[in-house]
Design a protein. Structure first.
Length: 209
C-alpha cells in the first residue's frame, strides 16, 4: 500500500506500547498521546519544501536551509485529535489550528459532523490532519474532504494506529494524502474497534470510559 509512512523509531514504539496498555490511566494516556503527536508531526513535516538563506552565527557567516513557506495548519479531529494536537503545537508553534468535530455512531459506524472551525489560510499553507484512530476510515475520509472543501490542496494525515480497512478507504478516497502512522494494526473487530488497538481513544483521553 503506497501513501503510508511509519517512522522506524524505537522511542515511538515504546511510547505506543505504553499507550496501548490498559493499565495506563487517563493522565498518562494524554501525556503519551501528546508526545507521540510531536513525533508524528516531525515525521510528517520531514519533506516540507525548503529554501537556503544567509545566516550569521556568533562565529561566522554561513548559509542554512529553512522552510520555504509558512508552517502548515493543524486540524484536530475531535475529540481524540486534541491529544495529538498538544504535541503537534509544540513542534509547529506558529501553525493556525482548526477543529473538526466528528462522532462515529456506535452501531452503524458512520461518522457525523457536529462542529467545523477551520483556519482561513488553508489554501496557502496546506494542513496536517490529526486523529489517533484510523478504523473504518469513515471519519478520516470526511475530515480530509472537509479540509479540501475549505481550500487546502496539500494535506497530510497523522494517526497513531491504522487498521488496514481504514488505510484502504482513505487511500482510495484521497490518494494524494500521505498517511503518517505509528503502527499498522491487524484488523477491525465486529464492533469496529482496531485490534489490537488501544481501545476508545477519546474516552481514554478524557476519562469518559
Ligand atoms: C474515534 C477516532 C476517530 C474515529 C475513527 O472517534 O478518534 O475519529 O473514531 O473511526 P472510523 O475510522 O471508523 O471513522 P469517535 O467517533 O469515537 O469520537 P471521540 O473522539 O469523540 O470519542
Ligand atoms: N475509535 C477508537 O477510539 N478506537 C478504535 O479502536 C476505533 C475507533
Amino acid at each position: 500500500m503506497t501513501g503510508l509512512r511509519i517512522p522506524d523509531n524505537a522511542l515511538l514504539r515504546h511510547k505506543l506500547a505504553r499507550l496501548r496498555d490498559r493499565r495506563t490511566d487517563s493522565a498518562g494516556f494524554r501525556r503519551l498521546l501528546a508526545e507521540i503527536g510531536a513525533m508524528l508531526t516531525m515525521e510528517a513535516m520531514a519533506d516540507l519544501p525548503e529554501r537556503e538563506e544567509a545566516v550569521e552565527t556568533p562565529v561566522t557567516a554561513t548559509r542554512a536551509r529553512m522552510l520555504a513557506a509558512p508552517e502548515p495548519c493543524l486540524v484536530a479531529v475531535l475529540r481524540a485529535g486534541l491529544g495529538l494536537l498538544e504535541g503537534a503545537r509544540g513542534i509547529l508553534p506558529e501553525a493556525p489550528v482548526g477543529h473538526l468535530g466528528l462522532v462515529r455512531d456506535e452501531h452503524t459506524l458512520v461518522a457525523s459532523e457536529y462542529v467545523v472551525r477551520l483556519p482561513r489560510d488553508l489554501a496557502a499553507r496546506g494542513a496536517l490532519v490529526l486523529d489517533p484512530m484510523l478504523a473504518t476510515g469513515g471519519s478520516a475520509v470526511q475530515a480530509v474532504a472537509r479540509v479540501k472543501q475549505a481550500g487546502a490542496t496539500t494535506i497530510r494525515f497523522a494517526c497513531v494506529v491504522a487498521a488496514p480497512e481504514g488505510l484502504h478507504a482513505l487511500c482510495a478516497a484521497h490518494p494524494d494524502v500521505p498517511v503518517i502512522a505509528a503502527a499498522l494494526d491487524e484488523k477491525l473487530n465486529e464492533r469496529g474497534y482496531i485490534v489490537p488497538g488501544l481501545g476508545d481513544a477519546g474516552d481514554r483521553c478524557f476519562g469518559t470510559e
